[in-house]
Design a protein around this ligand. Structure first.
Ligand code: 5RP
Length: 223
């Protein structure tokens, strides 16, 4: 099975988690795109969606799926999104597609986070994938120096602007053994909008597509 087939497999499986007649949070990236294509087939079952990026909103609308502003949605039972890396404990690196801030906001509102990924995304320790940090443009150099002080090697994602008008630093060289502490530490740097570490609000359910089918992990009891 190819990596894309594994993504499609978990995208289809994720349909089991949608809640009838309720709003659904939808993530960003290639796995989320496969999910959107599957969701289109059952769109009448949900009230509508909240999108985690402009690209996702566009794809949902192209399928005739309603997209609502998060500000108008008070109850979001489920959010379905991919990850760049995920641990069995549900901590993730996200933001490879640059949508980390809106993803984190939608995830914060959602009662359940369902992470969909191919098996290559599962790791024991986060940090091999460069950690994205969304930064206010005028703070770029300062934040980069602070990230070096934390032991990382930040690289400016050239030619990329987030949906919020900011820049991204991709940080390599970090072995993230304590994602909770690092998430707080990086979020505390002036000028940082969001770090793509999702530990405080991690995944409740992880669907991993592998050679032998789907593995389901439930790191959080409620998930
Ligand atoms: C986008 C993300 C994505 O969820 C992450 O990059 C995974 O993408 P893909 O499904 O294409 O592997 O965080 O900001």
């Amino acid at each position: 099975m190819t990596q894309d087939e594994q993504k499609q497999l978990v995208a289809r499986e994720a349909l089991r988690y949608i809640v009838e007649d309720a709003w659904l949070g939808v993530g960003t990236g290639s796995t989320a795109n496969y999910f959107i294509d599957e969701l289109a087939k059952v769109k009448s079952r949900i009230k509508g969606t909240v999108a985690s990026s402009a690209a996702t909103a566009e794809r949902l609308k192209a399928h005739g799926i309603e997209v609502e502003e998060l500000n108008n949605v008070s109850d979001l039972p489920v959010y379905i999104d991919g990850a760049d890396e995920v641990t069995a404990q549900g901590a993730m690196i996200k933001g490879g597609g640059g949508a980390l801030t809106r993803e984190k906001i939608v995830a914060a509102v959602a009662r359940k986070f369902v992470c969909i990924a191919d098996a290559s995304k599962k790791v024991d320790v986060l940090g091999k994938f460069p950690l994205p940090v969304e930064v206010i443009p005028m703070a770029r150099s300062y934040v980069a120096r602070e990230l070096v002080r934390l032991g990382g090697f930040p690289a400016w994602r050239m030619g990329f602007t987030t949906d919020n008008g900011n820049v991204i630093l991709d940080v390599t060289g970090l072995s993230i053994v304590d994602p909770f502490t690092l998430e707080d530490r990086i979020n505390g740097i002036a000028g940082v909008v969001t770090v793509g570490l999702f530990a405080r609000r991690g995944a409740d359910v992880i669907l991993l597509g592998g050679e032998s089918g789907i593995e389901t992990l439930r790191p959080r009891p409620a998930g």
